[in-house]
Design a protein around this ligand. Structure first.
Ligand SMILES: [Zn+2]
Ligand SMILES: [Zn+2]
Length: 240
């Protein structure tokens, strides 16, 4: 009875997978590649890049190009994923499509990511958008069976979408905090989003490797960077 419901292990695995994807976005794509606020050891970059390919299928250069456009045009026309123009629903559920649309012109991507040259890894198998996700689904199907795989991926995907909706959607909706600043700090969601929900802090100082600026703000992405720095796998380029 109720054999079709997700097991506790499905839920735990979904949290682990979604957090790996969220940390990959926050620490690697965002703080390392897009803003150069931290330099990661090549082995850490490789693992993050592999995990992003396996779980999200995102192209790092496209992600960075879209994010740099977001900073350049935040909350105005030209922002690839503004909830003010696209709506909260589209930013949350069609975020990757919006990013891809912003990156349709390869010349724009190349211009915005001159510091991240395209390499053979991007063209061979990492660059194929759904290859990694398919591999992950096959792996989990073989290990846990199709039903558990369905739940694990659905729940992980829901958490990742929630993170995107919080940071890019709610983090840019008008509200009391937004006056005079770009973005909002949604402190209650910091644990779920590796600290990225401290979005007003980030827009105020985009190159800062640490997103928390007050004692009571949580920035787990920064905690992870501090750990990597402690074991000599990361170098912080800018604080404040
Ligand atoms: Zn923003
Ligand atoms: Zn940024």
């Amino acid at each position: 009875m109720n054999d079709w419901l997700p097991s506790a292990m499905d839920v735990i695995l979904s949290v682990i997978l979604s957090q790996i994807a969220i940390y990959g976005q926050s620490v690697y794509l965002h703080r390392c590649l897009a803003h150069h606020s931290v330099t990661l050891h090549p082995s850490v970059c490789f693992l993050f890049r592999l995990s992003i390919w396996l779980l999200l299928g995102s192209n790092p250069r496209e992600w960075v190009a879209a994010h740099r456009l977001h900073h350049r045009h935040a909350d105005t026309e030209g922002d690839p994923h503004s909830p003010l123009f696209e709506g909260l629903f589209a930013v949350t559920f069609r975020g990757s499509k919006l990013n891809r649309a912003a990156c349709a012109d390869r010349a724009v991507v190349n211009r915005l990511t001159k510091d991240i040259p395209s390499d053979f890894v991007e063209r061979m198998p990492f660059g194929r958008r759904y290859g990694g996700i398919a591999l992950t689904l096959i792996f989990f199907s073989l290990c846990t069976g199709p039903l558990d795989t369905f739940w694990i991926y659905l729940l992980a995907f829901a958490q990742i979408l929630a993170g995107i909706g919080i940071v890019n959607g709610l983090g840019h909706l008008p509200g009391p905090q937004v006056s005079g600043h770009i973005g909002r700090n949604l402190r209650s969601f910091a644990l779920l989003t590796a600290g990225e929900s401290l979005h007003a802090n980030h827009h105020a100082s985009p190159a800062n490797a640490r997103l928390a600026t007050a004692k009571w703000e949580l920035d787990p992405g920064w905690w992870f960077i501090s750990f990597l720095r402690h074991v000599k796998l990361a170098e912080v380029r800018r604080l404040r």
